[in-house]
Every structure is written in C-alpha cells, then in structure tokens.
Design a protein around this ligand. Structure first.
Ligand code: MRU
Length: 345
C-alpha cells in the first residue's frame, strides 16, 4: 500500500512521485520517516550507525511496535556492517524502549540469522517485508468484521507509520474502505504525544478515508451512541491475552464492555509474548514528565506541579472480543494456538 501522497507531501516533495515505507534500508543506511514532525513536515532521516538507530527508537523518530521491530532489525544489520560486537549491539537496541515486544522479538530473530550464517541486511529486508505481508493479512481478516456503514474508533497510531506499511488496527479499516464499505473513523487525539491527531489522521486524510479527531476525554461521550466497534493496536500481548497499548486504551475497553461495543486488538505474532502469563508482567515505559507539562515546548502547568507519564496501560483480556492476527481473528481463549507461530518468521 505504501504512503499515497497527500496535499502536504506534494509541497514538500516537489511533486516527486514516490511512495514510502516507515523504515527501510538503502545504500548502507537505515532510512525512516521522522514521525516527530508530521503532519507539518515530511522528512526522511537516515543513519549509518547502530547506536543512531537505537537513539531514533528511544526519541520516537520511529515508533509503533512493528516499525520499532523493523528498525531494530536494520540496526543489527548496521552493526554487522560496522563490525561491532553483535551481542553488545543487541543489548543496546533492546535498551531503547521497554514495552513493545516486537523490539525484542526482532533483535532475537536477527541473532538467530547470524547463527544461520545469513547476511543481516538481507535478513532485515526479509523481516520488514514479512511484517508488511502479515499486516496485509490482518487487514483482510479484520475487514470481514467491519460492516457497511460502521463507525469505528481507534486510538494512537497503529497504521502504516507504526507497522512499516499498511498497519495493524488501520489495516482492516483500509481494506474495508477500499472494498467500498462506507465507514467513518473516530480518531482519539492520544495525549500526550498526539499520535492519533498527528499520525492516524494524517494517514486517513491522505487516503480520503472519512474521519473526525476527538479529544481523549470525549471517547465515552461518543461511545454511548455513535461507535459500532473499536480496533486498537498492541505493544505486547501476554500469554493470557492481557495486552499493553497506548495509555488510554484500558478505559475504552472497559467502557466498550459496559456498552456492548465489540473491542478488538490487531497485532502480528511478533507482538505476542508467551514468556509471560499475565499483563501484570509487561514492563510499562514511563516517559519524561515534560511531555505532559509542556505543549510544543511551552510550559502550560504551574511551575511547581509535577506529572506522571506512563506511555502504556494494560487491558485485561476479559474486555477483548478478539485478536485480529495474520492467521485470523482469534477469540481470547484461542491465542495459545499461535504459541509456536513465531518460528515461521
Ligand atoms: O509510544 P508509541 O507511539 O510507540 O505507541 C504505539 C502504540 O501504542 C501502538 O498502538 C502500538 O505500538 C501498535 S502499532 C501497530
């Protein structure tokens, strides 16, 4: 699917007809769309050192679980070109962010490729291609759940930017839309970093998919009468189906259950962590309080106030109608069936 050019891009790219992935490898460098400057500036940044890729993950130049995984895979490829100690490079990349399982999954996958004697640049490309393929399947399976006329809510950005291409939560929405279904998307703004308003809305606007941005606090108001289903992405899904996703997911899931709105999490197998049996064991990233206290670098809060800034919350499995994966839509009780699937990567 790649990124169709929107009006903003035409200006920035001076009419160059080119589609992009969120992250890719070219001429010995890792390239990525800088997700911090969208939707106002479309910028490609590139890195020639593994340590720079680790920093780009940390500072969220690249973000979203599958894109973080692919960036880390390419970070390992750079480390091999730099002739670094690959175990040390793996540790550095794994320390960049704690919650998204895909990061750890991708680095471990690359370590196995070394043992198999593979070229790590080619292995990184295969990893990224594989994620895109899996997201396309998520789109096909998930689109079958969306009826003509449905109003779908999503949270954060689980689109092409977050997943190399296509998306996880946005994939079913895209497939349904291109199949001719009349749909409307409610995009929650996703404080504090506004991935919904800045990134999801940008992706939907570029493709002309009807949507409105709503304040995070307005979710309940709209869910009461106006939402038919909710699809979100996931950063890590524990063996019992509890899952971490962007802060603000949990409250939507609880309310969805109360209101009888089907609530789905969409994710590839790389996001499942069967080494932990409960969401309580998912490490939750706490980010800098400045993300809450300031807006665009301007302090809004009183000088002496402090803030708490967990980047993710954990939604218990009992609130989930199903997991939309590349092998189909799984009832929460059925996710153990994909336990061995990770070895297919
Ligand atoms: O902090 P972020 O922007 O990396 O958080 C991203 C999310 O929470 C996404 O919903 C999740 O990674 C799924 S992306 C397909």
């Amino acid at each position: 699917m790649a990124f169709p050019r929107g009006e903003d891009l035409k200006v920035t790219l001076e009419g160059a007809a080119k589609n992009y992935r969120a992250v890719w490898f070219e001429n010995g460098r890792v390239k990525m769309i800088d997700q911090r400057t969208l939707p106002h500036r479309f910028e490609i940044v590139d890195f020639g050192r593994c340590a720079e890729v680790a920093e780009a993950i940390r500072n969220m130049t690249v973000r979203g679980a599958p894109s973080i995984g692919a960036a880390a895979a390419y970070g390992m490829a750079l480390a091999s070109l730099e002739e670094l100690d690959l175990a040390e490079a793996a540790r550095l990349l794994k320390a960049s962010r704690p919650t998204a399982n895909d990061l750890f999954f991708a680095v471990d996958h690359m370590l196995r490729q070394i043992d198999l004697g593979c070229d790590l640049v080619e292995a990184g490309d295969r990893y990224a291609d594989d994620i895109v393929q899996r997201c396309s399947l998520i789109g096909e399976h998930g689109a079958a759940l969306i009826k003509n006329g449905d109003r779908v809510m999503t949270h954060c950005n689980a689109g092409a930017l977050a997943s190399v291409d296509v998306g996880t939560a946005l994939a079913p929405i895209r497939v349904a839309w291109y199949a001719g279904k009349r749909i409307f998307v409610y995009v929650s703004e996703t404080r504090p970093r506004l991935q919904g308003m800045r990134l999801t809305a940008w992706e939907l606007a570029n493709e002309g998919i009807p949507h409105s941005i709503i304040a995070d606090g307005a979710s309940g108001h709209f869910m009461k009468d106006d939402i038919d289903m909710i699809i979100v992405g996931a950063d890590r899904i524990a063996g019992n189906g509890d899952f971490a996703n962007k802060i603000g997911t949990y409250e939507k899931a609880v309310l969805a259950k109360e209101l009888g709105i089907p609530f789905y999490a969409a994710a590839p197998i790389s996001t499942f962590d069967f080494s932990i049996d409960s969401g309580q064991k998912i490490p939750i990233e706490n980010r800098d309080e400045g993300e809450i206290l300031e807006i665009e670098g301007v302090r809004i809060a009183p000088k002496t106030s402090r803030a708490l800034n967990p980047a993710f919350d954990v939604t218990p499995c009992k609130f989930v109608e199903g997991f939309i994966t590349e092998v189909g839509v799984l009832a929460p009780g059925d996710i153990h069936k994909i336990r061995g699937g990770a070895s297919d990567f």
